[in-house]
Write a protein that binds this ligand. Structure first.
Ligand SMILES: [Zn+2]
Length: 367
């Protein structure tokens, strides 16, 4: 594998597109669709090309994925019709087919569960571990390199939820962000053996961003009839920190009492480890987790800068916290950090770098 160290010397000064939308759920979806048409089309094309290129290995192609996705639709209609409206809006506004948009949002259940990728590092520190009694939450979003082009920020104001600011890409429903009620969420892919046709993970993640209290956020992360689950790192501005590890039928709550939490892509609770699929495929996730934890423990005076230092870390390169694993032969093995963000819940501000944070400057965005 070629190590692209030379690329790291060139800082990139790329701003991030911010889309501000307001209205009913269908309207905000349509406004996102209109504003991000190019990103949405590109994300659908990337997913379609990826699946079709590996159709033999995956035993599925995009057309069959669309048929599979239809099975998930009634569960969303039943539990969260408002987010289905957002998806219809995204399709209408971007002039995309609804089936393509919906399949993209059910992609992990249909396609990704056949694979073993790593993806994402999340961190949180509260008053016990920060310099100015702050509550800070950080997330590196690691995904297919093609989706880096499709990253944007959304500020969503709907009629019936607290306004929120979230990082998003392509035609997905937003998952990673914080809301005016002081709830922040980061999602990390996990690999349970238990999964089923149900509410896709991305829809569950979107629902958490609409919560007004931490118990409501956790309740939404474990929505009945969910297809599988993420780890949801859920933080309240008061400094309450939870990892909510979820599968289709089980969950575990990991509560912090030391002032910090981290999560990557393997289960931490023994209960969930018992239902982890092929844990021997997740060593990279363990290595990132240990590294993040060690760096979190280095100081009791964390700042936005000290968390950014963790986000830029290259130990175990290219499968480091700042991920550069773009040179693997199989396109499904290729991943990189496509966005890095730190949320300051005390100030209700997000600082975010597009792409790898070792190369890109962070910009600040207020809710
Ligand atoms: Zn890097």
């Amino acid at each position: 594998m070629r190590i692209g160290k030379e690329d790291m010397d060139k800082p990139i000064n790329r701003t991030i597109k911010v889309v501000e939308v307001k209205g009913g759920h269908r309207e905000v979806g349509a406004q996102i669709g209109e504003a991000c048409q190019q990103e949405i089309h590109h994300s659908i094309e990337s997913a379609r090309d990826l699946v079709n290129a590996l159709a033999d290995d995956l035993r599925i192609n995009w057309n069959r994925a669309i048929i599979q996705a239809r099975k998930y639709l009634p569960f969303v209609q039943d539990a969260y019709p408002q987010y289905l409206e957002e998806l219809y809006g995204i399709a209408e506004g971007s002039r995309s087919s609804f089936e393509d948009v919906f399949t993209l949002n059910a992609f992990e259940g249909i396609v990704m569960d056949r694979l073993h990728l790593s993806k994402c590092t999340s961190l949180a520190v509260n008053q016990q571990r920060t310099e100015k009694q702050k509550v800070l939450v950080a997330h590196n979003e690691d995904w297919f390199p093609n989706d880096e082009e499709d990253v944007y920020l959304v500020k969503i104001v709907t009629d019936d939820e607290p306004p929120f600011l979230a990082m998003n890409y392509g035609g997905l429903l937003p998952n990673i962000g914080f809301n005016e009620a002081g709830i922040a969420q980061c999602c990390d892919t996990v690999y349970p053996v238990e999964k089923r046709v149900g509410i896709p993970r991305v829809v569950v993640g979107r629902a958490v961003l609409g919560a007004r209290t931490i118990s409501e956020a956790i309740q939404r992360a474990i929505s009945p009839h969910r297809a599988a689950g993420y780890n949801h790192l859920i933080v309240h501005e008061s400094g309450e920190l939870y990892n909510v590890e979820v599968s289709a039928n089980n969950f575990a709550l990991l509560y912090d009492d030391c002032g910090y939490l981290a999560h990557t892509n393997h289960y931490l609770s023994p209960k969930m480890q018992a239902i982890e699929e092929d844990p021997d495929q997740l060593i990279g996730s363990h290595v990132r987790y240990s590294r993040a934890l060690r760096m979190l423990k280095e100081t009791e005076n964390h700042t936005v800068n000290s968390l950014q230092k963790i986000q830029r870390d290259h130990m175990n390169y290219p499968c480091s916290i700042c991920c550069h694993a773009t040179e693997f032969e199989n396109p499904f093995d290729r991943e990189k950090t496509i966005a890095a963000l730190v949320m300051d819940l005390s100030e209700k501000v997000m600082v975010m770098a597009w792409g790898n944070p070792c190369r890109n400057l962070y910009y600040s965005f207020a809710l």
